[in-house]
Design a protein around this ligand. Sequence first.
Ligand code: AMP
Length: 286
Amino acid sequence: MKEIESAREVLSLTRDTRCRAKSSGFVPTMGYLHAGHGKLIETARDENHLVVVSIYVNPAQFGPNEDLDRYPRDLEHDREMCLTAGVDALFVPSDETMYPGGYLNQTVWVDPGTLASQLCGAARPGHFRGVATVVAKLFNLAQPDRAYFGQKDAQQAIIVRKMTEDLAMPVEIRVVDTVREPDGLALSSRNVYLSSEERHEATALYRALQLARAEFESGKHEVEYLVDTARHCVKRGAPNGKVEYVSLVDLKTLQPIHGQVNGESLLALAVHFGRTRLIDNVTLTS
Ligand code: AMP
């Protein structure tokens, strides 16, 4: 496995792959890898000749009061996991490589428009602009044929896919199902911050989504009812959690649905346990 830090090196690898008409799959991450990332890597491995994983904690997607400084890191563990998973190249760029002159000097940004107005974007202004911009840069450097994203961060995957369509980027976006703990909690690098009590309560997130989905499947399609059902389930099961949002939105536009669910929709939620913010979602199709 190659380990690459500079833009020049990653470009020469991707150009060489292109020249040899080999397909490349790209998995962008912020590191502290777990089995969720592992599933993305495994899918990329199955579908491409070359697999590149990037690890970069992107300062531009963290708000001033968020956890950029305490975001968990363990490059040694990540390196080992990538090696075992058959990754060809691990791209670990410096801030200078990604934002020459510092990200505060970045002038041109990718604006995700109304796709960022709801769900996580509502409480994290600028977050998805930072995500879309860094993903665009990484795509320019890694020049992948396919890029792999997790359904856990559904809004991110939808924004990235729309970015590639609207900006004519020749990258196929593949979305991989959420990997969960046996008790349903979605794997997340941030789960390490949870106390054992919070960890126990955090199982209420997926239980709430499943309960609402079961109600939906039994014929209850009223948005208000489904959102309330999920919200109450979280409140009951996670008294130490603070609900940021429980929302039902259209799966394409990510705008709120009113009245009845009709077509493909996303039921998503975000809950804070102290300074730790967890998200999860399910899709509902009528
Ligand atoms: P992160 O390192 O948290 O930025 O995540 C990198 C990629 O892994 C993103 O596309 C995430 O959606 C994806 N990912 C994170 N957690 C999971 C999970 N539990 N299951 C599947 N994919 C995940």
